[in-house]
Design a protein around this ligand. Structure first.
Ligand SMILES: [Zn+2]
Length: 431
């Protein structure tokens, strides 16, 4: 056990005094229906954040993700970055939140875009993922600036788009422009809903691919004259069942992925389609032998694996079928790849936030890795900045579900941890 960390009471009081503010801010953010796709209401939401921070002395920039997928004049990919420079130079701490949310879907008992407050919770699409986290980071920064007006360094807060669809018009775009690289930025905290006692160090890797088997079209009454691409795909699936899935299941990682089931390699088969369209109603399907069949796979891999090996595992099965199975032919196309990333446990931002968690909750944080990816990939790969974590209020299981909510106590607590983190990163280093 580490020693009890003394609480910076003044700072915690200043956060506590903003309880109403964090609630109101979250509600206002939820009222922008920033649904992605298509990317609704990005500009007014970004401008709301920009105006809010401008009133507190931040310099504000808007950067459109020009040319990114989905970027049109009707749905511009508008990002906002706000920066407040302290009295003297020093490191920069950047809080990055995505402003987009997934569609509301069915099953809600409240209006998903009204920001209803009930029993100490704010309800709405994006409440925990992650408008509550954005609001927490804003009040953490404002409280810190109020208590330590002479702080060295700088604080940045960004609201970025398209995280739910890969982040290409958001953090990836900004990282390419240098907004997530040293020396402009030194430490990044992404307030995703990982639970206020957890620090998320990174995520597993991703490889999406499309496999296509080839056949030969013929009349369905004489399939022997053709060659059925769906049967070839059946052979692929059988080989996956026999060899690949057991092999993936046996791979373990040092990454503390939560939930524990994801502490191994996994692969999902996202879709399979062969032959004519499956929507032939009204009427009957036409009697053809399908000449192609497509399968998409979603392979999640570990820090211990190399993407080249991950691909080779699949390709070697396909190549073997090509050798052994008469008429078998295939193509494979990469759809997306993301490297796994894991920030070191003794990295400055990890230690700073851990101190906050220990001070507030009198316990060590849980260090976790996300089974899926989030914008940290772009900060690492494009920004070459490795002092980055996800830390924020809310419960990940509620994300993307009906009646999503974030607890007001959790937002205030997470903001206190973030404020202590700011204190450690910006002021402690100066002593
Ligand atoms: Zn999110």
């Amino acid at each position: 056990m580490q020693d009890r960390v003394p609480l910076p009471e003044k700072l915690l009081d200043a956060v506590e005094a903003r309880r109403e503010e964090v609630t109101a801010l979250t509600r206002e953010l939820i009222r922008f229906p920033t649904v992605n796709p298509p990317g609704e209401a990005y500009t007014p939401c970004a401008e709301f954040i920009g105006d809010y921070l401008k009133r507190h002395g931040f310099g504000v920039e808007y950067i459109r993700g020009e040319g990114a997928p989905g970027d049109t004049d009707r749905y511009p990919r508008t990002n906002v970055i706000a920066r407040f420079d302290g009295r003297v130079p020093g490191p920069t701490v950047h809080f990055n939140s995505h402003i987009d949310v997934v569609e509301a879907g069915d099953g809600w008992t409240v209006d998903p875009f009204d920001g209803v407050v009930k029993d100490g919770r704010v309800y709405g699409r994006g409440a925990c993922d992650m408008k509550g986290g954005l609001a927490s980071s804003i009040i953490a920064a404002l409280a810190f600036m109020q208590v330590y007006p002479d702080f060295p360094g700088a604080i940045e807060i960004s609201g970025t788009v398209d995280e739910e669809s890969g982040g290409f018009g958001g953090v990836a775009h900004l990282a390419r422009l240098g907004y997530f690289s040293p020396p402009k930025v030194d430490h990044v905290i992404i307030p995703e809903p990982l639970n206020k006692e957890r620090i998320c160090l990174g995520h597993r890797g991703v490889w999406w691919a499309e496999i296509e088997t080839k056949g030969e079209i013929a009349h369905g009454s004489m399939p022997f004259l053709g060659d059925c691409a769906v049967r070839h795909m059946g052979a692929v699936l059988q080989a996956f069942e026999d060899e690949l899935f057991p092999a993936l299941d046996a791979k373990r990682t040092v990454m503390p992925v939560v939930p524990e089931g994801a502490r191994r390699s996994t692969m999902n088969i996202n879709s399979i389609h062969g032959g004519q369209t499956d929507d032939f109603r009204p009427g009957l399907p036409s009697p053809n032998v399908p000449d192609r069949c497509r399968l998409t796979i979603d392979r999640r891999f570990l820090l211990e694996e190399k993407i080249g090996d991950v691909k080779r595992e699949v390709v070697s099965i396909l190549d073997r079928l090509k050798r052994d199975r008469p008429k078998f032919d295939y193509e494979i196309r990469d759809l997306m790849e993301v490297q796994p990333t894991m920030t070191e446990r003794d990295a400055p931002v990890v230690r700073a936030v851990a101190k906050g968690i220990m001070a507030l909750f009198e316990r060590e944080p849980d260090y976790v890795i996300s089974p899926g990816t989030y914008d940290q990939k772009h900060v690492a790969r494009l920004g070459h900045l490795y002092d980055c974590i996800a830390y924020g209020p809310g419960i990940l299981d509620l994300a993307h579900r009906p009646d999503e909510w974030v607890g007001i106590d959790d937002m205030v607590d997470a903001a206190k941890v973030m404020a202590i983190g700011l204190n450690v990163l910006l002021r402690d280093g100066a002593h």
